[in-house]
Design a protein around this ligand. Structure first.
Ligand code: M6R
Length: 613
């Protein structure tokens, strides 16, 4: 949610800032801006809309020398929280003197009272943002030491922040700090990059330092000094990023989403590699840090997440109950904290998050820790806040997911959850033979997905028939129910068709009233227990004129006969079938959105990682 990049080093800053913003644009893309120091003064360029607009505007307004001479600056791409996405609300924001510029991710919760106090002291605000209040506050605290002024200001702030600050009075330094919103420092030779995520750093270096909450850093071209907000030095290790700049490129695909859909066989191999042990018919998930005895003592598994990660959690719930005979329940992460959940020391709380930064999921992690539960993270982004705060868990190894609509993270999450269920199951009643059969099923997932990807052209063709619809319904039973929810989410977020997922049995309890002649019903009628009932539900929809797209198991003539259109999924275990079925629905949503001319990678109103509650 919003992207920050700062650069200080031997090269000209503006082109680097613009490139960094382009890489971060998936985090927020409604307006953008940058600030540099030119001839002893802060100069700012801002534009509503995409980073490309900012580039055009800066080129039109700034003399060419600014693009070549200034060697440090800060920049931001915004996802509006306070005030609409206008040029005036875009970051950076300046203090009253105009000497200090600030970019900020997060929310300053007490900005109204701070603003009133600063106005009483003479501050004049031009924007509706909370960030401008922070800029004025830093200016108000400035007594000749920018680092100290930022520290002092942050002591007065309630809420979350990842910030980068420069001052015309203190050239050659960037001050950056975080609380609840990530900041990563890229450490290259003679240059330092400050960013809200590593994708803006990859083209410079793979050596990074992650700031912890309440860290503040003074950054120069060749030095980084990190302290806590009480000015006490803290030691933060340098880590090596696992992926390179190419992994954040489209690689010849029209959209990141399509690239990421097609990467899934490799991502799944990475998620599974080295984690199955056929000799014991189980999985080896060392990041869990648990012995079979610990696992046997787990009374209940609570899976928390949001959006797509919530849907993978729902599949995990089925898998854990089915394979491990263990109570499992999914809770929307935002609800978890506020409902005062009943959680004990024998409960395992699994926090599922691609980004590892989702504010609601992070809050759930903290609540679960507070209540003494055993907490683990299932994250994709290495070094993310949830990964670090949980301290134990399993990385997905899916590589950077740039498209706002999550695809490869979802299937990797499901694969990891199936391995967790297998491990828990083997610590309980699951026999070695059953475990082995299931482990072999997990091993086959990448090739099952490859098979579905071969249907890409066919799915693209089918999508043409569903293009002009206003509404669509996705139905499924058992573990296919969460897949139906995920299919509907994918369609609505990238094509703007109103889509809802329902349990197949639920339609007749109300939503069936919405069916008209030609309304699409996407029915997940794989050959799994409950299929006959689903076929019955489909007949009910057909009787009301709905047009049925069936996802059915290869060779299932009985199911095929009921559908108007079909996509076939290879035969496999019902839990395993959730993954190839989800991939088919991703392709379906993708092609509909493409044919409708939608902005697939950056859908309207959305942002990749939601770091506000
Ligand atoms: O990074 P997370 O997995 O925690 O993100 C959770 C949701 O915000 C995310 O899955 C969102 O629903 C995606 N846009 C779905 O495609």
């Amino acid at each position: 949610m919003c992207g920050i990049v700062g650069y200080i080093g031997k090269s000209a800053a503006p082109p680097i800032l613009i490139n960094g913003l382009r890489r971060l644009e998936y985090r927020g893309y409604d307006s953008a801006g940058m600030a540099i120091v030119d001839h002893g003064k802060i100069v700012v360029a801002k534009a509503a809309g995409k980073v490309a607009n900012l580039n055009d505007k800066a080129k039109a307004e700034w003399p060419a020398s600014r693009f070549t001479e200034s060697s440090y600056g800060i920049a931001h791409t915004r996802w509006a929280t306070h005030g609409p996405p206008t040029e005036v609300n875009a970051h950076p924001h300046l203090d009253q003197s105009g000497d200090i510029a600030v970019v900020h991710n997060g929310i300053i919760e007490n900005y109204r009272s701070l603003r009133a106090k600063l106005e009483a002291k003479g501050s004049k605000f031009v924007s509706e943002t909370d960030t401008e209040v922070l800029a004025h506050l830093i200016g108000d605290r400035y007594r000749g030491d920018l680092f100290q002024a930022v520290c002092d200001a942050l002591h007065q702030v309630e809420g979350t922040f990842g910030i980068a600050v420069i001052s015309a009075k203190e050239p050659g330094k960037i001050i950056t700090a975080r609380r609840g919103s990530p900041i990563v420092l890229g450490i290259a030779s003679g240059e330092t990059i400050v960013a809200s995520d590593a994708s803006a750093i990859l083209s410079h270096t793979q050596r990074v330092i992650y700031l912890d909450d309440n860290d503040i850093a003074l950054v120069t071209a060749d030095h980084v000094d990190i302290r806590d907000l009480n000015n006490v030095p803290v030691n933060r290790e340098i880590s090596e990023l696992e992926f390179d700049a190419g992994s954040a490129e489209k690689g010849g695909h029209e959209h990141f989403m399509l690239k990421e859909i097609f990467e899934q066989p490799d991502c799944l191999r990475n998620a599974i590699r080295g984690r199955l042990d056929f000799s014991i018919g189980s999985s080896v998930l060392s990041g869990m840090g648990t012995s079979p005895r610990d696992l046997a003592e787990i009374h209940r598994v609570v899976l928390v997440g949001c959006g797509t990660s919530l849907h993978s959690g729902l599949i995990g719930e089925y898998a854990i109950e089915d394979l491990a005979d263990t109570l499992a329940e999914v809770q929307q992460a935002a609800e978890f904290r506020y409902r005062n959940p009943i959680i004990g020391r024998n409960d395992l709380v699994l926090a599922i998050s691609q980004s590892g930064e989702t504010a609601d999921t992070l809050a759930a992690v903290r609540e679960a820790h507070q209540k003494g539960a055993f907490v683990m993270g299932l994250c994709n982004v290495v070094g993310s806040t949830i990964a670090r705060e949980t301290g134990r868990g399993i990385y997905l190894h899916a590589g950077p997911e740039i498209s706002v609509a999550s695809t490869k993270a979802f299937t990797s999450q499901v694969a990891v959850l199936l391995m967790i269920a297998l491990k828990l199951g083997r610590a309980r009643r699951f026999s070695r033979e059953d475990g082995l059969a299931f482990a072999l099923g997990i091993e086959s997932i990448p090739s099952l997905v490859e098979k579905v990807l071969e249907s890409n052209d066919k799915i693209a063709q089918l999508a043409e028939g569903y293009l002009h619809q206003q509404h669509a319904f996705f139905i499924g039973r058992g573990p296919m129910y969460p897949v139906a929810l995920e299919g509907a989410l994918k369609l609505k977020e990238i094509s703007y068709i109103h889509a809802e997922g329902y349990h197949a049995a639920e339609l007749k309890h109300g939503p069936i009233a919405l069916l008209e002649k030609g309304t699409p019903v996407i029915a997940l009628a794989n050959d799994i227990p409950g299929k006959d009932k689903t076929l019955g539900n489909i007949e009910e929809c057909k009787a009301r004129g709905a047009r049925i797209l069936g996802l059915i198991t290869e060779g299932d003539e009985e199911a095929a006969a009921v559908m108007d259109d079909i996509i076939t999924i290879p035969a496999c275990h019902p839990l395993i079938a959730t993954i190839p079925t989800a991939v088919a629905l991703q392709l379906f949503a993708y092609h509909i959105a493409r044919l409708r001319g939608c902005e697939i990678d950056q859908p309207r109103n959305l942002a990749k990682s939601v770091t506000v509650e």
